[in-house]
Design a protein around this ligand. Structure first.
Ligand code: OXD
Ligand code: MN
Length: 592
């Protein structure tokens, strides 16, 4: 059964049938009956494990191959026609060569299997900022996850009509051979091909591949932005809701910040935080001249370890039904799940993420993979914004950038204006995490947290940011801030309490946006006066400690400024001159 008469869609699907040679084709129509049938099938083959249906109704567990647990940046390619459109932060592969190799891998890859056709919408179906994709896959795991992470079904094809404006995604698990694993984006063709992986970030093609890599390229051409940003709304006591979008690298706390519960004092005074999105923002100029953002996703693909009733009760609540867990530990005592940082009580009878039955109390290896995940429907989140389904988006008053830095970056500072804000985003640096394969804890530059996700030359991406600013009247431009929750003391302990207490920093931003407080000018930007950060109720945190992490270490920043210049050199003449000037001006201020 096909679900559309759209010739371009039918041609694309037929091309995949001809190439991959499935035994049969199933179109995902969005019906519950079909999902139930596929779930049953996945349970019968062992691809999915049904968890305790009383404690975790509708929840499933999946384990990937042990060599396939994270995004693979070194095997991710931007296959632009010209190499110079790819840029130094991406891997380039000439499209003709990439297609030839990928098609040889895909040839007959579905033999004897079912091919699934998933029509999906990023953003509310038919919304003014939304876009459509078709993912072809041989994996039920992908179908069931895409159903949570995106809007899937026949209504998407109805919204597409006869249009050719859809992204063509092809995924095949093949033998999950890491040597032949390729995650390829073809921005000029609106196409994605991902082979030899079954890990979420590599295979849920709506997420990183489309909503960031392809969409960032579309955004550049169509004057909008696709960013690696959470979106949250803060309701003030006067009921005004201020929306902010924040970019942090993978596994640096976007989900936690997006679902923050303010400290008691704030709650008593009437402050509330609502989550619009935890990972991706699509941002467009609205009819009133301000920037509006939607979360194109429909669920949360969150990092499980560290999620608990204290760190993120909203995320935990979101995972209690209709959720797919990947690579967490399986608690065999009551058929539930466990991960490091959930509580201090690892299950004695446990199957670890590799599938080994172990005593969790005495095991020496981690029970859950550090990048184990939950795929939870957004509607499960207790603090989901009432604007979540608003396809026109929410107006953004602030952009926040942040990284994981043990030293140098202060708790918070504000950029001077749009161009200085773009500079601050462009020089972001963070310690690497387990969300991608490779070394963990190494500081690397990660502009706007988009290094792994920008679908074109990062120098052109900076230019696009500057152009977007030029399009917005000054009084309608969001303010820019940079934060660092991760400063450590000499013993390596985090100084700032983080989590819900980050509200205290957001509160300073609210006051800056409203023009209610002065700040202190420093060479890097405006930092708060210590007395303007509300520490009420934070018992063992002194003003001195706060002053310590607000300090701008001039010598450290002089080194930083040199590092920035080195990094900027890699962009050659694609580096916008405005940013080169910003880097010079920073050095002048530091030496002044
Ligand atoms: C993610 C990531 O999964 O950034 O969101 O890796
Ligand atoms: Mn992410």
């Amino acid at each position: 059964m096909t679900m559309t008469t759209n010739k371009k869609v039918l041609e694309f699907v037929q091309s995949r049938v001809d190439l991959c040679k499935p035994a049969k084709v199933v179109w995902i129509d969005g019906s519950k009956e079909l999902y139930d049938q596929l779930t049953k099938e996945a349970l019968s083959t062992g691809e999915m494990i049904e968890l305790n249906q009383e404690k975790l109704p509708g929840c499933l567990l999946h384990r990937t191959a042990v060599n396939d647990v994270a995004r693979v940046e070194n095997r991710t390619f931007i296959c632009s026609r010209k190499e110079e459109d790819c840029g130094p932060t991406n891997n380039w592969w000439e499209p003709a060569k990439a297609y030839a190799e990928l098609e040889s891998i895909l040839a007959g890859a579905y033999e004897g299997e079912t091919m699934y056709v998933i029509p999906f919408s990023m953003g509310p179906v038919g919304g003014p900022i939304s876009k459509i994709g078709i993912e072809i896959t041989d994996s039920i795991y992908v179908v069931l996850n895409m159903r949570i992470m995106t809007r899937v079904g026949k209504n998407v094809l109805d919204a597409l009509g006869d249009s050719n404006d859809f992204v063509r995604g092809t995924h095949a698990k093949c033998q999950v051979d890491p040597e032949k694993r390729y995650i390829c984006q073809f921005p000029e063709d609106n196409a994605i091909i991902s082979v030899n992986s079954a890990y979420g970030g590599n295979v849920l093609l709506g997420k990183k591949c489309f909503a960031l890599r392809i969409a960032s390229y579309q955004g550049k051409n169509e004057m909008w932005m696709a960013e690696h940003m959470l979106i949250l709304g803060i309701e003030k006591p006067n009921k005004e809701i201020v929306y902010m979008a924040a970019a942090f690298p993978s596994a640096c706390g976007k989900t936690n910040l997006a679902m923050l519960i303010p400290p008691e004092g704030y709650r008593k005074n009437g402050y509330k935080v609502f989550c619009v999105g935890d990972d991706i923002a699509w941002i467009k100029k609205g009819p009133d001249g301000r920037l509006y953002a939607i979360n194109p996703e429909n669920g949360f693909f969150g990092v499980a370890p560290g999620t608990n009733v204290k760190s993120n009760p909203n995320a935990l609540a979101a995972t209690q039904k209709n959720t797919i867990f990947t690579n967490v530990a399986h608690n065999m005592t009551d058929n539930t799940v466990w991960w490091e940082g959930l509580d201090k009580n690892p299950p004695e009878d446990c199957v670890d993420w590799t599938g080994k039955r172990v005593n969790g109390k005495t095991a020496t290896e981690k029970l859950a993979h550090p990048n184990s995940r939950f795929t939870a429907p957004a509607v499960n989140c207790p603090c989901l914004s009432s604007e979540f389904e608003n396809g026109a988006g929410v107006p953004i008053s602030a952009f926040i950038f942040g990284g994981r830095r043990a030293k140098t970056a202060p708790l918070v500072y504000q950029a001077r204006d749009w161009n200085n804000g773009v500079f601050v985003g462009s020089i972001m640096a963070s310690e690497t995490t387990a969300a991608a394969t490779g070394a963990v804890g190494v500081v690397r530059r990660d502009p706007m947290a988009m290094r792994p996700f920008c679908g074109y030359h990062m120098g052109d991406y900076f230019r696009h940011w500057l152009d977007m600013g030029a399009m917005i009247d000054k009084d309608k431009q969001p303010k820019f801030f940079n934060v660092n929750w991760f400063r450590t003391d000499d013993e390596g302990h985090f100084i700032w309490p983080g989590f819900g207490d980050n509200m205290r920093v957001l509160d300073w931003m609210l006051k800056r946006i409203a023009g209610e407080v002065e700040g202190v000018e420093t060479p890097i930007g405006v930092v708060p006066k210590a007395e303007d950060i509300n520490l009420e109720g934070l018992d063992d945190f002194s003003v001195e400690k706060l002053q310590g992490i607000l300090e701008v270490d001039k010598e450290g920043w002089k080194k930083e400024a040199e590092g920035i210049k080195e990094f900027y050199k890699t962009f050659g003449d694609k580096l916008p001159k405005e940013l080169a000037e910003q880097a010079d001006a920073l050095q002048v201020r530091l030496n002044g």
